[in-house]
Design a protein around this ligand. Structure first.
Ligand SMILES: [Zn+2]
Length: 92
């Protein structure tokens, strides 16, 4: 009798990746390889005159205080991206 081992393993991996404590840095690390994503986030999530995030305001009505969590993740991604570029230039 055959068992669907590949399917079972895939499900276990998905569960392991859903830890909110571990999510922040890997999220920025993954996003650092997608400059078009964090550039859009950095462009949209900017402070308004009241120090609230313009990018989050439409979603919540009142707006999260800036820098919001999305901006922080995008900012980390940009820093990681710039570090990678600097390393590439140094080693060349
Ligand atoms: Zn925001």
């Amino acid at each position: 009798m055959e068992q669907p081992e590949t399917y079972a393993q895939g499900t276990a991996d998905a569960d392991a990746a859903a830890d909110p404590q571990e999510a922040a840095v890997p999220m920025a690390a993954i996003m650092s390889g997608m400059p078009e994503v964090w550039r859009k986030l950095l462009a949209a999530h900017v402070p308004d005159r009241l120090g609230r995030c313009s990018g989050c305001r439409s979603a919540t009505g009142s707006g999260e205080r800036w820098p919001c969590s999305l901006h922080r993740i995008a900012s980390d991604a940009q820093r990681l991206h710039d570090q990678d570029l600097a390393r590439a230039v140094d080693s060349d």
